[in-house]
Design a binder for this molecule. Sequence first.
Ligand code: ADP
Ligand code: MG
Length: 716
Amino acid sequence: MICLNSVSKEYGTKRKKVLALDDVNLVLPERGMVFLLGKSGSGKTTLLNLIGGLDTPTKGEIVVGDRSLSAFSQDELDDYRNVYAGFVFQEYNLIEGENVASNVGLALSLQGRSFDLPLIDSVLRKVDLIGSDGNTLRDKRIGELSGGQKQRVAIARALVKDPKMILADEPTGALDSKTGDMLFSLLKELSKDRLIVVVTHDRDNAEKYADRIIKLADGKIASDSCPATEEKKPFSEIKGGRFPFRRAFKMGLRGLGCRPFRLISSLILSLICFVVSALMVSFASVNQAGVAIASAYEQGFQIAKIGYGGSGSYRAWFSEEQLALIRSYTGKEEIAEASGYLPEATTSLIFRELPHFEGDIYKNKTNPYFDALNGYSVMEIDWKTGEEDWDLTPDPRVRNGVCRLPKEKDEIAITDFLANAMLRFGIWGYPQNPESIDDIIGKQLYGYTIVGVYRTEIPASLIEQYDRDFGTNWRTDEPMLKYLANGVKDTILSAIFVCRDLFEGERGSAFIKLSGNIDRDLDFLKRFQLLDVEMDLDYYLDENTPGHFETEEEVRLFIGKPSILTLYSDQVSASISMQLYRTLTRTIFAPYFKCALGVSFVFSVLLTMNFLSASLDSRRKELGILRAIGAKRRDLVKICLSESLSLAVIECVLSVILCIVACSTINKVQQLSILSAFWYPVLTIFVLSIFVTLVATVIPVLRLTSKKPAEILKNA
Ligand code: ADP
Ligand code: MG
């Protein structure tokens, strides 16, 4: 028993209004076959939508049994559409991507019933989609069907629910007269124990099958062959079941697959953005000192240099407190200071311009390697602590001469590397090449006497690499010279040791011997960093100083953070990624770095949202249909989340793989552990994609489904 009391329905905006139903009063019985006739635009579909709960009246109320539809809760209304009413739409409203059986079975799933194939078959047989000859259209896709066949699927979908009421909007419009006839007799049969309301233009069949014919004109009832009177019966509670998650998931996945090009292109783009953001986060989150130490360990280095950023005269010096800290860590009274690399010694060295050393140190100036080899370093050796204190090993080839470190201001010691070069190319100022290492000792170089040749211990890993790259004779090989000249000019290899008294100066950097325990080393650096730095700001701000700075901030930017591990080996610090890393994370680039991070994050969010909203857009119709046949809003959220979360998972997995590949490639090629803080980007990616996905899915789906089903379908 459905009762319409003064029901009006008005469409449109304030400016242009259409009164589709005008004060309709109508009582429909529990059972029987009611036909709605009327010209196009007379309000038949509107009336059907209102009765079916797809739309609400502007005025008046619709009472089902003893309850008004307007008093139904959202869930009750969904269940009403789901269980009570079976709708056959004029434009079929089938799910295009699925086949006949799953379209019909969907109605069962929405009620929480199992996919009952025999039942589905029996219904398909009733609407002649399975012929008496056994010819079945059950597995055909909707797109492959004719209009008449689609209409029959739509009818089957309503029938399979065995609803209390079937509302059919021009169900025979697309059928031939024979099938139309068959359908009407089927509906007639069904109307024995339920209400069937059929909208049709087929006057003859209406007369033939109708228990009652209602004619509509201009939104009003023009005639009613058999008006019923109101008799209220209690509305018995109906309950729709749970839409199975598996079904929702399947529908969601189908959405992913049906736009492969769009999927792949937005996947690739947002992957790039995600990976870039993740790498940036990982760059930014990296503990620079930790990475430096780990990389140094990895390459077999044990000596690290700590110091300030900046170079040359723009260098900041350690405070007394910091010097004390370093002293206590190294256990040495004297602070080791250097620009070079000396594996076996915690020596006190400093890189300075040595007076008068302006020319070449080799005899033969025309050798192509000489120019490059010009870049020698001068290592100032602190003599106060005495020779025994040094870990420097004399070159074993020195036999007759005495090998020692310089004691006087006019003495120097050189490395075996320089000595080898001198054996090959001679010594500047001497006509004859020296014949042996012994021969070199005692020779003069720009007024300095060579008093010692010392071994340059190179880490085993580096030696192996050199052996691989240059052959085992690399120490005297020209390619090796060239390589070293180009790459490691400032290293101990080409160092010249001088007596400390040659220079005076403050300590701006220091060697520390790494303990082999990252935590201990980091702990040291941490304590070191906590100390307040006293920078000689006056000096940098002095207008007479060339290249002075205007503000304190500028100085700090230039000098950088205090006490970072600035150099643990020339190899590592010269690596591209280390330079990139520094450039990206330090000083004036930091704001751009953050901007880039923000931009790439925003882009990945936008791309994902774009894909999801496009996919939701193409799903509008489907969501409208599901809503119209009784799906709850949360079911639709389930479907859409299945799609978008699957996308998020794919995105996550791919980004993580890409990140791993990128990180390990950088680490391998650059011999760094720069991206070892890997869990951080992974977590970032995960949280980002889930967050983006939830936001980009739930909100639009809820917004869309807050509309009335009729409205969604109309605008889809
Ligand atoms: P019928 O099914 O009898 O052809 P309808 O119930 O579809 O007629 O429409 C009745 C009137 O309401 C028509 O004038 C139609 O243009 C108008 N109408 C129907 N739906 C809408 C809508 N969503 N927005 C605006 N006008 C509508
Ligand atoms: Mg219509």
